[in-house]
Design a protein around this ligand. Structure first.
Ligand SMILES: NC(=O)c1ccc[n+]([C@@H]2O[C@H](COP(=O)([O-])OP(=O)(O)OC[C@H]3O[C@@H](n4cnc5c(N)ncnc54)[C@H](O)[C@@H]3O)[C@@H](O)[C@H]2O)c1
Length: 347
């Protein structure tokens, strides 16, 4: 039984779209975690979130890291800030849950992983899709051999986003315009979800080759907003990531094909600002048979937070393993390069 004193004080950095989902995730784990503070450089956002949750706010990470009540931070910032803020927090002795992608390059992620090891801190990447019950069930069935040997996977993540509000499209935060801040738009934004899930489902297989083609359709956004990434594994299995920011209406689904059947997960929702961003509803099919459908409670972010805080309390690494995340980063680096040179890249 965790006592009040032992509850981990968690601060959320970045009170934008997904930051609020993390506030809810902490509130859904009252037995082991408490919200210690919220942080945003935008005072109106920081103050509003602090008032709503009855906590204090800070306008800078520097200031927040002087607060001894903060033992862990959740980083919900533009992608280019993930690595520097995570390093700063770990140097100040704080555990880190960092939204996806962990970093914008393999080299940056490697430094983060090394620092976490050196300081004996929990560093968990925000791979929230893994914590959906339907994805957990799919993984169990794959590992159990229910669809035989997996030889092909297709993950379609196709949405419509634009900077200037437009009918039928979600509006992006301003930093999506800038390729330096996103690290390549679709590659990290969506690829960090889809590549992660593919690697997780292909546990035991080694990725060996990556090929990517990419295009920029929306002139408002720098970087690639239409991307395909194919991954070849050492046992001959292959996977395709179909990533789009120009698809109306949205279509998000995962197809896992094995020698003895297929699993499909259809994903809906997750971007409406009136609801919790990133919390999806799903339908899981084994062949044509519907196995489960709906939005789970507690939601996937709450389950991910529970894993993060439990790892801190139990002094163990998070189940979101660093090896997988570094592989994901290497694949995203290789994909960006492949799209540039129009050649496959060996890993
Ligand atoms: N897992 C998911 O499903 C999911 C969904 C949405 C976003 N995300 C990820 O979450 C992260 C944040 O995305 P978002 O859409 O919430 O962005 P956002 O722009 O809505 O929010 C970012 C917030 O950070 C604040 N900020 C910027 N620089 C800061 C700094 N130096 N110190 C403190 N605050 C600062 C901004 O004022 C803003 O409020 C990204 O990594 C994104 O990919 C994940």
């Amino acid at each position: 039984m965790v006592t009040l004193k032992e509850k981990i004080g968690v601060a959320v950095i970045g009170m934008g779209r997904v930051g609020r989902t993390h506030l809810d995730a902490i509130a859904l784990n009252p037995d082991i975690a408490r919200l210690a503070a919220v942080i945003d450089t935008d005072e109106s956002r920081a103050r509003a979130a602090a008032e709503e949750t009855g906590t204090k706010y800070y306008l800078s990470v520097d200031e927040a890291l002087t607060d001894p009540e903060i033992q862990a931070v959740v980083i919900c910032l533009p992608h280019n800030l993930h690595q520097p803020v995570a390093m700063q927090a770990m140097d100040a002795g704080r555990h880190v849950l960092v939204e996806k992608p962990m970093a914008t390059s393999f080299a940056d992620a490697r430094e983060m992983v090394d620092r976490a090891k050196e300081k004996k801190l929990v560093l968990q990447a925000g791979q929230d899709l893994r914590f959906l019950d339907s994805f957990q069930e799919a993984k169990r069935r794959v590992m159990n051999g229910d669809i035989g040997q997996v030889f092909n996977i297709l993950f379609v993540m196709a949405e419509a986003f634009t900077l200037t509000p437009a009918p039928g499209r979600f509006t992006t935060p301003p930093w999506w315009r800038d390729v330096e801040k996103t690290g390549g738009l679709c590659f990290p934004m969506m690829g960090a979800h889809t590549v992660d899930i593919i690697l997780w489902l292909c546990e035991g297989k080694k990725p060996v080759r990556v090929y990517s083609e990419a295009a920029s359709i929306n002139p408002e956004l720098e970087g690639m907003d239409e991307v395909i990434i194919t991954i070849r594994f050492d046992d001959g299995a292959m996977a395709t990531n179909h990533l789009s920011l120009n698809t109306m209406p949205a279509r998000n689904d995962l197809l896992i094909v094995g020698t003895e059947g297929r699993i499909q997960i259809n994903i809906a929702g997750g971007h409406d600002l009136k609801q919790l961003v990133g919390v999806f509803s799903t339908e899981l099919y084994l062949g044509d048979k519907l196995i489960s459908s709906g939005t789970q409670h507690p939601h996937n972010f709450a389950v991910a937070t529970r894993e993060f805080v439990s790892a801190i309390l139990e002094k163990r690494p998070s189940s979101v393993g660093h090896h997988d995340i570094l592989n994901q980063m290497a694949i995203l680096d290789a994909a960006r390069k492949s799209a540039e040179i129009h050649q496959p890249v060996l890993l």
